[in-house]
Each structure stands twice: as structure tokens, then as C-alpha cells.
Design a protein around this ligand. Structure first.
Ligand code: HEC
Length: 149
């Protein structure tokens, strides 16, 4: 039993040694250049995705949010007429001062009902996986407040 184990171990060590010896030399050039190419590709993709977040947010705001909040954030979108409560005017400095970035962001993702506001403010669960887009949406909302009108 013991002898067999030793032979097996020796065999395994030999096999490992041979594989490492062989693979090491070949692998260096092969794997190295492959990793380099893959890395550059992925890097270029994620670098392009970051500035895109604000574009995505602009698009989401005009297609999903403007219906109620208005394209300019006055709370006067066509869908707001029948709402009670109505979406607020984002240009109000007093509201901008009263709310934290986190409150704005969680209202966007989880909806009004989850944060003690009206359920008329719908949740956007898909944005839970895109925190950078949520941040960009919050910046759009903050931007309306800075327009000072
Ligand atoms: C169906 C109409 C509707 C849509 C669509 C909608 N909202 Fe709202 N939203 C509301 C209403 C109504 C309120 C006010 C809720 C309240 O005051 O209780 C609100 C509140 C909010 C608030 C909280 C403001 C506050 O009073 O503190 C944020 C932030 C917000 N919405 C962002 C968004 C964003 C971003 C989108 C698009 C992804 C969006 N909303 C889409 C109706 C809507």
C-alpha cells in the first residue's frame, strides 16, 4: 500500500515537472500575447461604457421620466395632469436643499412607495444593476436645481 503510494507520488511529481517544463516555455509567449489582446479589448469597452452613463441617463430621462416630470424637470409632463400628488418642480431650491443624493437615487431605483412617497413614482428595478446611470440621473435632477429658474 505504502509503496504504491510512493510510486504514484513520484510519478505525479515527474509528470508535473515535465508539464511545467514544457508548458512553461511555450506558454510564456502564447498566453502572454493572448492576455494582452484580451485585456486591451475589455479595457477599451469599459472605458467607453463610463462616459455613456450620462447619455443613457439623458435618454432614460426623456423616455421614462419626462412623461411625468417634464422634459425640463418642472413636474409638468403630459402624464402629470391626472396625478395626485404631482411630481415636484426640481427647480425649487428649498427641495434641492432638503433632499440627499442617496434619497434621490433610492427613490429612482426602488420607487416612491419604498421611501414613504407616493407609489405613483414608479420603481426602476433594472437600474439597480446600473448604479452609474442612477448617479447620472440624480445629476440631471440636481442640474435642474442649478438652473435657478
Ligand atoms: C408615472 C409618473 C412618473 C414617472 C414615469 C416617474 N416619476 Fe418620479 N415621481 C412621480 C411622482 C408623482 C412623484 C412624487 C411622489 C411624492 O411626492 O410622493 C415622483 C417623485 C420622484 C422623486 C422624488 C422627488 C421628491 O419629491 O423627493 C424622484 C427623485 C423621481 N421621481 C425621479 C424620477 C425619475 C429619475 C424617473 C425616470 C426614471 C421618474 N421619476 C419617473 C411620478 C413619476
Amino acid at each position: 500500500m505504502k509503496t504504491t503510494a510512493r510510486i504514484l507520488t513520484a510519478g505525479a511529481l515527474l509528470a508535473l515537472g515535465t508539464m511545467a517544463g514544457c508548458g512553461g516555455g511555450q506558454g510564456d509567449s502564447g498566453t502572454g500575447s493572448q492576455t494582452g489582446t484580451g485585456g486591451t479589448g475589455a479595457g477599451a469597452q469599459s472605458a467607453a461604457a463610463t462616459p455613456d452613463a450620462s447619455q443613457q441617463a439623458q435618454q432614460i430621462f426623456s423616455t421614462r421620466c419626462a412623461a411625468c416630470h417634464g422634459a425640463e424637470g418642472y413636474g409638468d409632463g403630459p402624464g402629470a395632469a391626472g396625478l395626485d400628488p404631482k411630481p415636484r418642480n426640481y427647480h425649487e431650491a428649498a427641495w434641492q436643499d432638503s433632499v440627499t443624493d442617496e434619497e434621490i437615487e433610492s427613490t429612482i431605483v426602488y420607487g416612491g412607495a419604498a421611501v414613504g412617497k407616493s407609489p405613483l413614482m414608479v420603481a426602476n428595478p433594472d437600474l439597480g444593476a446600473k448604479p452609474e446611470v442612477v448617479v447620472a440621473l440624480r445629476k440631471i435632477i440636481r442640474g435642474f436645481g442649478k438652473q435657478n429658474n
